[in-house]
Design a protein. Sequence first.
Length: 193
Amino acid sequence: MVVAAIAVPIVAAFYVSPGLGLAVGALAAVTIVVVAARQTPRGAIGKAPPELGRRRLLVTITSPVDDPETIDQIATMSGKHGEADVLVLSPARIGFLDRWASDVEGARREAQRRLVITVAALAGADVAAEARVGDEDLVQAVEDQLESFPATAVALITGPPDEDEAGEAAAVELGQRLRVEFNRIVVKGSAAR
């Protein structure tokens, strides 16, 4: 069906005129390339967690986390007295013009600011954590980080769905694709910071 949907318009255009046939064929080729380039792999993310061993928690944030209730939830997930290795990940959200101009420094600086606030709040709750800046796409950032930090659990901290659309989309996709335990924590008013 797909081949017929591509070939029939091209053949019909060649019957009208060779120039039109070439134009329709070129348009079909460009369309195929664009569609193929925009496709992203949708396989499972991460490796199956080991049965035994130390718990490893990957916390992905979309805004600074200093809310005591959220910090307590993260502390509970990480266990008491440093029972888990914790890594906090913040995406570098790059604007369109900044991406076009290859100016990522501002986005990285803002991501680092979010990380400093969050790691400091976690330290106040006796949770030692490392921090890293990741890809601007939340799902890609988690997938990349799981290659070097094989987490046994992932926590995504976002704002409410109406305030943080990217966080909502990432939560749905991560919930479907992650092979490890997945938790989402929604913090009210966090996307505005």
